[in-house]
Design a protein around this ligand. Sequence first.
Ligand code: BGC
Length: 250
Amino acid sequence: MARTPGFGVDIGGSGIKGCTVDLRSGSLADQRVRVPTPTPATPTAVAELVAAITSEFGWHGPMGVTLPSVLKRGIALTAAHLDPAWKGLAADKLFSEYCRVPVVVLNDADAAGLAEMRFGAGRDQDGVVVLLTFGTGIGSALFVDGELVPNTELGHLEVDGADAEIRAAAAARDDEELSWADWALRVSRYLQVLEDLMWPDLIIAGGGVSKKADKWLSLLECRTPVVAAALRNDAGIVGAAAAAAEGRVR
Ligand code: BGC
C-alpha cells in the first residue's frame, strides 16, 4: 500500500513544480510551488531549487523527481531541454545529496502517465495506452495492460522528415503563433504516424495544453480515440510522488 502523503517535483524546460500529494486520491495535498527553470539548467542550479522547494514543504520522506530525460537506474542518459552536463549523471544521488531524503528519478512523461493510469483518464484501461505530453517538447508514456514500458521517446518520431516535437509540441504553436486549427493539423499528422507504428487502443493528451483541450481535441483526425488528461499539469508531480512511495527504480 502506498504511503500517504507523498512528495513529487516535476522538472520541465520552463518550470520546476513541487507539492505534497495525497496518494489515495492522486490530488495535490497543498498549494503547489513553481519556480522558473534556471538558464542554463545545470545539475547544481536545478538541484538547489529542488532542495529549496523540498524544504519549503518541510518534507523528510522519500520523494520523486521527474526530468525530461531517459533515466536508467537513476542515471540521466539524455537531457532534451536541460544543460548537457546532465548526460551520464547519477541524478538520483545528486537530488538525494541536496535534499537529504531518498529520491527516485523518472522521466517526466512516464510520471504523468503513471498518474493518469492510476487516478485519471487511463484508470482501468487495459490494452495499449499511450500518454503524450505536449509542452516544450513531446513526452510519451507507453502502457501495456496498465504496466509502464519506461523511457519511450515517441516525441522524437520522424514525421515528414522532421523530429515530431519540433513541429507539433505546444511550444511550436506558441513560437510560430499557429491557430488551434493549424496546430491540430500538425498534431494529427504526428498521431497518424504514431498509430501506424504502435496501434494503441487509447491516446491520452496531456501537458499544459490539455487545460485547453476543448479548443483542439475535436479538431484531431486519427483513428485512435484521444481523450484529455484528467490531472492536467499536476500529473508529473503526482506520478513522481507515487513512484517514490512505491520505490520504483528501473
Ligand atoms: C524528451 C523526453 C521528455 C519530453 C517532454 C522530450 O524532448 O526527449 O524525455 O519526456 O521532451 O519533456
